[in-house]
Design a protein around this ligand. Structure first.
Ligand code: PCA
Length: 325
């Protein structure tokens, strides 16, 4: 049967409207694990707003903070499988999968913002390559403020940590517990307040920022500002989702990511100071660690770096050589 010409052109018109509307409505979910008020989350929301604006509303990213879509340790898999088009992970959580992810979780390997930036520069090409093999894309990364020790009771040396219920958030923070003979229990940030309330945690190493987020002052009294490492969050995208965007949206996304990276670093530094002030105002005693505690923790760091190098193989050596160059 022969269709009248106008019907065919009408159909084409309808199809092209449908296609452009479909493009106008790309919606992504971005899974993250930290509370909405955390600086990483605020940065993600601004990133999503920037993308919305710069694509003229073509790409809408919804940020699902506080592990509301996927648990912290499930986010990477969810992005890989496309259950979420994008996500924010903490690299150190994935150390057991591939040691390179854990380099910024090692005590005293990179313990200032300056060294953290150098370590990131060395990690980035390796991680980008690994993510590409896994069907994902590296968007931007942001360091947490330096990690110190929160505790219920005063700690003057590692021997004071013996038997203590030690909250870990990563394989490396659990390993520290082993090495100081504490009892590790892994609890992600979203469940930390709850864990403290039920008494399963007496100490943890984390940032001033998480100290405020999780109101650690309600249960813990001391913060030893060890500045032992700066773990990084990393924002990733499913590669197929990225590839299905038009070129201008892809460019807009990458541009917004570059701005978010610069903004995130500045926020991390600023929040570190603000959070320490808030901890103090809420009754936490913030103190420099004793020389003995520092020496003990550095020894822990040395052991962990050795273990890490053995497991990380040639990739680990490449990373360290680049970092130390
Ligand atoms: N806060 C997160 C990870 C590192 C940090 O500073 C946490 O404690 O889970």
């Amino acid at each position: 049967m022969k269709r009248p010409l106008f019907a065919v052109s009408g159909l084409i018109l309808a199809m092209s409207i449908f296609t452009s509307q479909a493009q106008a409505q790309v919606k992504w979910d971005l899974a993250s694990a930290y509370p909405t008020s955390n600086f990483h989350s605020e940065n993600l929301i601004q990133f999503a707003n920037d993308v919305d604006k710069s694509t003229g509303g073509k790409l809408k990213i919804t940020v699902h903070a506080n592990a509301s879509l996927f648990k912290a340790t499930e986010i990477k898999r969810a992005v890989q499988g496309g259950q979420a088009q994008a996500g924010e992970i903490i690299e150190a959580n994935y150390q057991n999968e591939w040691q390179i992810y854990g380099a910024d979780g090692l005590p005293f390997l990179a313990d200032s913002y300056e060294e953290s930036a150098k370590l990131q520069a060395a990690q980035k090409p390796l991680i980008e390559k690994k993510l590409a093999e896994q069907g994902m894309l590296y968007l931007y990364s942001t360091p947490w403020p330096p990690q110190g020790l929160f505790s219920k009771k005063p700690i003057t040396s590692a021997s004071d940590l013996k038997g203590i219920k030690w909250r870990a958030y990563s394989p490396a923070t659990a390993r520290i517990a082993d090495l100081v003979n504490a009892q590790p229990v892994t609890v992600q940030a979203a469940e930390l307040s709850q864990a403290l309330a039920t008494g399963v945690v007496e100490a943890t190493m984390t940032s001033s920022a998480t100290g405020v987020d999780s109101k650690l002052f309600e249960h813990l009294k001391y913060y030893y500002d060890l500045q032992a490492w700066l773990p990084k969050n990393l924002v990733i995208v499913n590669k197929k989702s990225f590839d299905s965007l038009d070129k201008s949206s892809q460019d807009a996304l990458l541009k917004a990511a570059a701005s978010a990276e610069a903004r995130g670093l500045a926020a991390s530094k600023r929040v570190n100071q603000e959070a320490k002030d808030k901890l103090k105002a809420n009754g936490i005693q913030i103190m420099p660690p004793s020389p003995q505690l520092t020496a003990d923790m550095k020894k822990v760091g040395d052991t962990m770096l050795k273990e890490w190098l053995e497991k990380a193989g040639p990739d680990g050596k490449t990373l360290l050589d680049t970092y130390r160059r």
